[in-house]
Design a binder for this molecule. Structure first.
Ligand code: AMP
Length: 233
């Protein structure tokens, strides 16, 4: 399964990506996670990416595409992968085609997690991360017992710079302008599957997995019909 996950910031892509990747036994490749690891590691890539990330802007395509090309070339991605956060614009989508073409493979399906922007602002601006163990809490949906103290390890909670209300609004504008055209792009190619991402995490996971199984079964059935027609002619 070669899968791309799209949806606005706060749609729950990271969380769902973990479950979906595990279910299909494929690596989850998140460009946001790779950038964040580089920021924490103080690498040159991290230093460059940080200024864009903090402002809620996209890291330049050239840098992001080279990073994804390297990652998809690693052995664990050869039998399938789940891309979370890439492509983020139509130019990156064409580059993904070219990377996969060079690797001799194609994309199977694009899963869109659908959520309205009011819910996104509520989800992201209430999100708090533990400095010590990295666990993510939510002031409204998943609050800690004591304010700003992690229930799991006693660490201090903080708000990611890019989760602050003003930056969230900017990230949503960036999504609307640059990323949402991908929905039409992939739907025009018949590769898009849309899932309602409002509701309990487990329900969204179940909807997503069912939709993916259905989409891949349908694609396999279409290929079998094509092969049968070819051999009959
Ligand atoms: P995410 O965790 O996917 O929301 O990504 C966090 C930040 O990383 C984004 O706001 C961008 O600054 C950067 N980023 C992640 N993926 C990409 C991408 N495909 N293209 C450009 N920037 C990206």
């Amino acid at each position: 399964m070669r899968l791309v996950l799209v949806g606005p910031p706060g749609a729950g892509k990271g969380t769902q990506a973990e479950f979906i990747a595990e279910r299909f036994g494929i690596p989850k490749i998140s460009t946001g996670d790779i950038f964040r690891a580089n920021v924490s590691g103080g690498t040159e890539l991290g230093k460059l990416a940080k200024q864009y990330m903090d402002a809620g802007d996209l890291v330049p395509d050239k840098v992001t595409i080279a990073m994804v090309r390297d990652r998809l070339g690693e052995p664990d991605a050869s039998a399938g992968f789940l891309l979370d956060g890439f492509p983020r614009n139509v130019a990156q989508a064409y580059e993904l085609d070219s990377i996969l073409g060079d690797l001799g493979s194609i994309l199977d399906v694009v899963l869109e997690l659908e959520v309205d922007s009011e819910e996104v602002v509520r989800r992201l601006s209430g999100r708090r991360t533990c400095r010590k163990c990295g666990h993510i809490w939510h002031i409204e949906y998943d609050p800690t017992k004591a304010q700003n103290i992690c229930d799991k390890c006693g660490g201090e909670l903080f708000q990611r710079d890019d989760d602050k209300a003003e930056t969230v609004r900017h990230r949503l504008d960036v999504y609307a302008e640059q990323t949402s055209p991908l929905i039409e792009f992939y739907s025009g190619r018949g590769q898009l599957v849309v899932v309602d991402a409002i509701g309990p995490v487990e329900d969204v996971t179940e909807r997503a997995i069912n939709a993916l199984v259905e989409a891949t079964d349908a694609a396999e059935a279409a290929l079998a019909v094509e092969a049968a027609q070819d051999s009959a002619s």
